[in-house]
Ligand binder design. Structure first.
Ligand SMILES: Cc1cc2nc3c(=O)[nH]c(=O)nc-3n(C[C@H](O)[C@H](O)[C@H](O)COP(=O)(O)OP(=O)(O)OC[C@H]3O[C@@H](n4cnc5c(N)ncnc54)[C@H](O)[C@@H]3O)c2cc1C
Length: 306
């Protein structure tokens, strides 16, 4: 029987591990399909406090893992395939083996929705990005495209316009989906232009390992043409990794785990943190912060049950 099982080993899960570890709870952290979380994909993290020259994502995550282990957190490889939160002890199946626990902290993150073209994957970190806040600075005075038409895409375009020479928003529909307030700000920004009814079909140049242009296709006329640019920001939404929890805890209309009173989910004793609860910020620092909150909420819950 475990005190607490933490599902996910990114910044949120590891922070929860540090807090519950320091409280003597000996947490078990399930690493999942992406041990140490998605920050390992970041070549240099410049906005995590404490590292004035930045730090490679994998190094930051190595430090967090070491810190959690130092306080007694244990790690198990494999993924959670099924959960049963109906009664305490909760049941969690890790690689088909059932584990029992008095509390659970969910920190499974959210994946950026991808265009699904091969060049997108090959040029990730080489001019293709899913996060303007994280990578915008690398495109100062350059020309970039943003793919998408919702709130995220338009917010990213506005953010990038403050840094870049120009920003072209590529949207597959003939009008934006973003809120009117955001649209107003973007439409009157002279650095932002829009190409509607158009999809991005390829990104060049994989051989050169940098972005030099994108291929676009007008979905109404089928006309195809290349647009030179230095960077591509894909902002077509996120998919929180919460499928295995459906029917067990409340999920919002957007697909994120619903929390109240700090990091409590709709089931007492089950807490959630990080990008899987956060439709808004999705940063390492915010994930780590909510991981600490989930850890503290969990410690209090287990104390009260004694
Ligand atoms: C390329 C890139 C660059 C980035 N750069 C920055 C940056 O510079 N600064 C910044 O602040 N943010 C950056 N981010 C965003 C940052 O990585 C995320 O906000 C942060 O990692 C979220 O932390 P998390 O712990 O909530 O989730 P994640 O880091 O996504 O971790 C989720 C964890 O859950 C596990 N998991 C998922 N499903 C299961 C399952 N079924 N069973 C068990 N475990 C499971 C995964 O294996 C993983 O360990 C970047 C993201 C990317 C992709």
């Amino acid at each position: 029987m475990e005190n607490v099982i933490i599902i996910g080993s990114g910044p949120a899960g590891l922070s929860a591990g540090i807090y519950t570890g320091r409280a003597g709870l000996n947490p078990l952290i399930v690493e999942g399909p992406c041990p140490s979380g998605q920050l390992i994909l970041a070549s240099n993290v410049e906005n995590y406090p404490g590292f004035p020259s930045g730090i490679p994502g994998y190094e930051l995550m190595e430090l967090m893992t070491k810190q959690a282990k130092g306080f007694g957190a244990r790690f198990i490889s494999g993924s959670v395939s099924r959960v049963d939160f109906n009664v305490v002890p909760f049941k969690i199946w890790i690689s088909e083996k059932c584990h029992k626990t008095n509390a659970v902290i969910i920190a499974t993150g959210a994946r950026a929705r991808r265009l699904g073209i091969p060049a997108e994957k090959k040029l990730l970190g080489f001019g293709v990005s899913f996060c303007a806040t994280c990578d915008g600075r690398f495109f100062r005075d350059k020309g970039v495209v943003v793919v998408g038409g919702g709130d995220t895409a338009i917010s990213e375009a506005i953010f990038l316009a403050a840094l870049c020479k120009n920003v072209t928003v590529i949207h597959r529909r003939d009008k934006l989906r973003a809120s009117m307030a955001l649209q107003k700000v973007a439409l009157k920004n002279p650095k932002i232009s829009f190409i509607f009814s158009t999809i991005l079909t390829d990104i060049f140049d994989v051989e050169m390992k940098k972005v030099v242009a994108v291929r676009l296709r007008n979905v109404k006329t089928n006309e195809e043409y290349d647009l030179p640019c230095d960077g591509v920001f894909v902002a077509i939404g996120y998919i929180p990794d919460v499928d295995i929890f459906k029917g067990q805890i409340q999920i919002t209309g957007d697909g994120y785990i619903s929390c109240h009173n700090g990091q409590e989910t709709s089931t007492k004793g089950v807490f959630a943190c990080g990008d899987c609860v956060d439709a808004r910020y999705r940063q390492a620092i915010t994930a780590a912060a909510s991981g600490s909150m989930a850890g503290l909420d969990c410690i209090r819950y287990l104390e009260e049950r004694k």
